[in-house]
Design a protein around this ligand. Structure first.
Ligand code: 3EB
Length: 333
């Protein structure tokens, strides 16, 4: 067992996966329906994400565990689980005040609660919101989301060097959910020299730039973890190979290779290459691209853990694929 582990599993009817002795503290379930968060009597958080799973499975899940007992607290809509070393949080964003304000309020609440509880630094965030590229009073919803997030996060000098790794994807049902991990000290930020950092994108993508790092690395007492943000077919700040799924896939994988090279240079415990990067989530805009992408991945990578394929809107209309991942290295080795 380790301080923080995630496995992919299936949800039929109880989650089954390879590490089932320690009870999970959170389960993220992907599938059709709506996004929502529920907590049961054992303080297990169940996060449903409205994102169809591609391939054979109807439902798939991410099972989070820790060998240290988790304490639970709730602050308004925000669910917090923490154990003295890291904090896991999740909330449903209520969009009634408009997406920009709602996002700002959600992030402000998160930061406030993290500071109060002694886990001030975000390491990795997932943002799953409906209709991400759709319009809202004439403005694209992703831009409204970016503006609200930026206002909340950009309150202190130097915030850019402490931005978490992130993913922001469109769901197919109702409900906007955010979940994240945070800690007492910040993670190391990794950027890709071939991509403009998202927090420096020109204003054409979002008047307030997307506040995330390409990847982060965190040293825990027992391990080092690498968190890869959602990565797509972008060079400089421009989308490349539009309309070409295989081309976008190759460029995305190439971007990931560059990030892994940087991570290995900056953090010696990291020995990652694409083959041992685990917990890959591959988001595809078009379900029809699944077979091609799966076949390509199977031919080129011998990953021990097969990727989870999800159908989701990526936050630029022309992007067809986005890939995120995670890996853990034992510090003792
Ligand atoms: C990109 O590289 C693609 O706004 O949190 C990837 C990961 C993307 C996270 C975010 C956006 C976000 O710009 C999109």
């Amino acid at each position: 067992m380790s301080l923080l582990s995630i496995n992919f599993g299936t949800t039929a009817p109880v989650p089954t996966d390879s590490d089932s002795k320690t009870p999970p503290f959170a389960i993220i379930r992907y599938g059709a329906g709506n996004s929502r968060i529920a907590r049961n009597q054992d303080d297990l958080l169940k996060i449903d994400v409205a994102m169809p799973v591609l391939g054979d499975q109807q439902h798939a899940c991410e099972v989070w565990r820790s060998d240290r007992p988790m304490q639970h607290e709730q602050s308004g809509p925000l669910q917090l689980l923490y154990n003295g070393i890291f904090l896991f949080g999740a909330l449903e964003v209520d969009e009634r005040n408009g997406l920009e304000q709602a996002t700002q309020d959600a992030y402000t609440l998160i930061l406030e609660q993290l500071r109060r509880r002694g886990y001030p630094y975000l390491l990795r965030m997932w943002n799953y919101l409906p209709d991400i590229v759709g319009p809202d009073h004439g403005v694209e919803r992703y831009r409204l989301f970016c503006a609200g997030r930026h206002t909340a996060l950009a309150t202190e000098p130097g915030y850019e060097s402490r931005l978490p790794a992130a993913s922001a994807l469109g769901t197919t049902g109702a409900g906007f959910v955010i979940y994240f991990i945070a800690a007492y000290e910040p993670a190391l930020q990794i950027e890709n020299p071939l991509q403009v950092s998202a927090f420096h994108y020109p204003a054409c993508y979002a008047p307030k730039s997307p506040s995330f790092s390409r990847a982060t690395v965190k040293h825990w007492p027992d391990s080092t973890q690498f968190y890869l943000s959602g990565t797509a077919s972008i060079r400089g700040h421009e989308s490349r190979r539009t309309g070409d799924i295989q081309g976008q896939l190759q460029l995305t994988l190439d971007n990931i290779e560059h990030l892994l090279t940087r991570a290995r240079e900056q953090c010696p415990p990291i020995r990652d290459n694409l083959d041992n990067l685990a917990l890959l989530k591959i988001y595809l805009r078009r379900a029809d691209d699944f077979t091609l992408v799966r076949d390509y991945m199977q031919q080129h990578f011998a990953s021990a853990c097969p990727p989870l394929y999800l159908q989701a809107d990526i936050c630029r209309k022309e992007l067809l694929v986005e890939i995120e991942g995670w890996s853990t290295f034992d510090s003792a080795r």
